[in-house]
Design a protein around this ligand. Structure first.
Ligand code: NAD
Length: 424
């Protein structure tokens, strides 16, 4: 336990000093601190300006998913993830649908929603009607906040006023804003905060919360792909995937894991491009529960000519400007690798990756099970955890897979044997 978590003035010191103070307070080993500082160095000072109290960075592997075709264009997709099987699963799943044209997508536009919570209204329904009369005025006030966004074709598009069935009823104003190539959280939050005093003046109520909704259900991506039965191992595999999809659509316990698999792909693209993974995750899960019962974000069917058809529908609020997207050098390179110049295309690619990821997970689950592929990739992690270095990592991992025992204590034993063996 740290003697005191009160490290006064930590944010005012340099990264090195912060790390030294944390190391001292927690009794960190000096070699561990040195290794961490070296691994953190490459991002340089950028990280120091992104969040508070930075002591370094955690590096997540950036892998490239191959074989992806999205809307007729091939694309190499950078994915940031620590989970072993994620990139390989996309490469495999995409290979099996490329012959049939890859993934085709559509989007509903780049509309975000900001909410204003209006309290203390005697007559919420009359107020609601009166607010709609001010739509043009509201649009002018919101657009004046962000002339840059308006110049680029964005700005306020519509308003909604919802009366929640609470006691007393609560009036919620939605600002629906086209945020173009930005994810748009800051943009719409600023509009909501700016508009709040006017809403109070007009309604006589009190505006409390002013914040976007991550349920970005006006910023949907839809993706579909075809996997011919012969490309995926036959009709039994196809039918197994369809049955797995029906299971997920019907059962929240299964749907949570099914959607987690989709997000393995989506979040890895979102992270690689410096976007907000939590915003996209929150939107995805809220959308999955929109009927009142949590369900799957994908559907799997058999086409009239016997192929497997997969579809995905989910909100995907991502940007190519704003937040960390332009600041983080890796994020910029990730966009360049994909040749992406619009947020719309980024959402399409991320959605396509989510669908392909889901295909691969369901295929593995419906056939040999997830563990064989997963554990053989995970074996290297286990070998490293047991202390293997350099060429030992692959040697130990191979032995763990051969023994069907991908466990640290087995890795330690294998490593000890390897090191004790006479060198050729
Ligand atoms: P931002 O404010 O940094 O950038 C958006 C601004 O960039 C726009 O308002 C516009 O003025 C300008 N711009 C320049 N070129 C543009 C273009 N081509 N298209 C659109 N706008 C352009 O960022 P943001 O996208 O408004 O907000 C994203 C950040 O907000 C993320 O870092 C996210 O983590 C954070 N955030 C998220 C939440 C949440 O999800 N609940 C809440 C608060 C903040």
């Amino acid at each position: 336990m740290v003697p005191s978590s009160r490290l006064s003035g930590l944010h005012e010191t340099s990264r090195e000093e912060r790390l030294a103070r944390v190391a001292e307070a927690t009794g960190l080993d000096a070699s561990m601190v040195a290794a961490f500082a070296a691994a953190s160095a490459p991002l340089g000072e950028t990280a120091d300006h992104l969040v508070e109290n930075v002591i370094g960075t955690i590096n997540v592997p950036l892998g490239i998913a191959t074989n992806m075709t999205v809307d007729g264009e091939d694309v190499l997709v950078p994915m940031a993830t620590e989970e072993s099987s994620v990139v390989a699963a996309v490469c495999n799943g995409a290979r099996q649908c490329r012959g049939a044209g890859g993934i085709t997508t559509s989007t509903t536009g780049s509309l975000m929603i900001a909410q204003l919570q209006v309290l203390g209204l005697a007559d919420p329904f009359a107020t609601r009607a009166a607010l709609f009369e001010r739509k043009t005025e509201i649009a002018a006030l919101c657009d004046a906040v962000d002339p840059m966004l308006v110049k680029l074709g964005g700005g306020l598009r519509d308003i909604e006023v919802r009366i929640l069935d609470t006691d007393p009823p609560m009036t919620i104003v939605h600002l629906i804003v086209d945020t173009r190539d930005a994810m748009g959280a800051n943009a719409v939050n600023t509009m909501a905060e700016t508009l709040a005093p006017d809403i109070e003046r007009w309604t006589g109520g009190r505006v409390s919360l002013r914040i976007l909704s991550n349920l970005a259900d006006r910023r949907l991506v839809r993706a579909r792909g075809l996997w011919p039965a012969e490309a995926i191992g036959g009709e039994a595999v196809r039918d197994g995937i369809i049955a797995a999809g029906i299971f997920a659509a019907a059962d929240p316990y299964r749907a949570a894991t099914h959607n987690k698999g989709i997000m393995n792909g989506v979040s890895a693209v979102v992270l690689a491009t410096g976007n907000d993974t939590r915003a996209v995750e929150a939107g995805a899960h809220a959308y999955a529960a929109r009927s009142g019962r949590y369900s799957a974000l994908t559907r799997w069917e058999k086409t009239a000519d016997g192929a497997l058809a997969g579809t995905l529908e989910m909100p995907l609020a991502v940007g190519i400007v704003g937040g960390a997207t332009r600041v983080h050098p890796t994020a910029r390179m990730a966009l360049d690798i994909m040749g992406i110049t619009t947020a719309d295309r980024l959402a399409r690619v991320a959605g396509a990756v989510g669908l392909v990821q889901n295909f691969s997970a369901l295929k593995a689950l419906a056939t040999e099970g997830i563990q064989r592929g997963h554990m053989s990739l995970h074996a290297k992690n286990v070998a490293i955890a047991a202390g293997a270095q350099g060429p030992e990592i692959v040697a130990v991992a191979r032995e763990l897979v051969a023994r069907k025992a991908v466990r640290v204590e087995v890795a330690e034993e294998v490593l000890a044997t390897l090191r004790a063996a006479p060198k050729p």
